[in-house]
Design a protein around this ligand. Sequence first.
Ligand code: MG
Length: 352
Amino acid sequence: MMQHDNAQATATCPTQLIAGDRIQLAHGEGGRLMRQLLMERIAPHLGLNPAWDDAARCTVAASQLAVSTDSFVVSPLFFPGGDIGSLAVYGTVNDLAVSGAQPLWLTLSLILEEGLPLETLDRILISLRAAATECEVAIIAGDTKVVPHGAVDKIFVNTTGVGQVRQPGSLGCARIQEADALIVSGSLAHHGIAVLAAREQLQLSPAPRSDSAPLHRVCQRLQQTLGEQLHAMRDATRGGLSAVMHEWAQSTGKTMRLFENRIPVTAGIRGACELLGLDPIYVANEGVFVAAVDASVAEQAIATLQQECGCPEARIVGEVIRQQQTPVIIQRLMGNWQSLDEPSGAPLPRIC
Ligand code: MG
């Protein structure tokens, strides 16, 4: 957090440094410039009135808390459907949401590259605050570091989220059972394809848009409706649906069986994936989650998602079965059964 003023730096800081429109190393050195950056630039965007204590103090009633942390290094910083600011809020809020927690608080760490235009920082913070307001989370602690040009790419953001678990013990992969239905809340691969297209300046038509969005309300509604019959949720970020299926197969010792013809993928995304040689099942999402629910409530879950949660593309895409030779199997569109390999390597780096 905030350090003491460095008297020497303060004495030698010429005022033209303050007037500059780019981040300078001195903005991170704990002196007057750093205080000005925090007080005059960062705090107003976030609606904060910084208290110069070393920790935020939070009062909670006796309850279970969920904590999640994530770092955001997405390139480019701005892409159709989102930017690093809103992504840094939604990404962490969604990890709390799928854990059955009401998001309450966020911490925010910024690592800024020397030379970053302050106007860029402004845009990111405005977006970040709007996302936090939308998610009803308070930013309660933060840190800002500045590193020399080239040590990071423009700006990296870390957020840590704390939420209150609504029904302790009711959600998690330990509750996944054989015959559970596997559900996805929306069509796949929008985020990964949108970021890749923006970064590589691919002229795709229509231009893909990220699905970056908060999931806490949808997750809460589904949990209220299904109660104990909702067994587990996970947001399908890096590695996409495939990564979640492999993680659940690993932790449950069961096989996840998917049917490709039930997996929602829009025609535009399918075409882009074919062009790029990517399988949408492996591509990152930032506003889609996977749920394992008791088979008896699978149709009710889809009706809730489609009719009450604004998720018209929600589908039952598979089921949990007794352990087979391979952890994840998929019936392809042609009718053939395949083992679905676990994502490996980084075909799409820096998408979140
Ligand atoms: Mg997650």
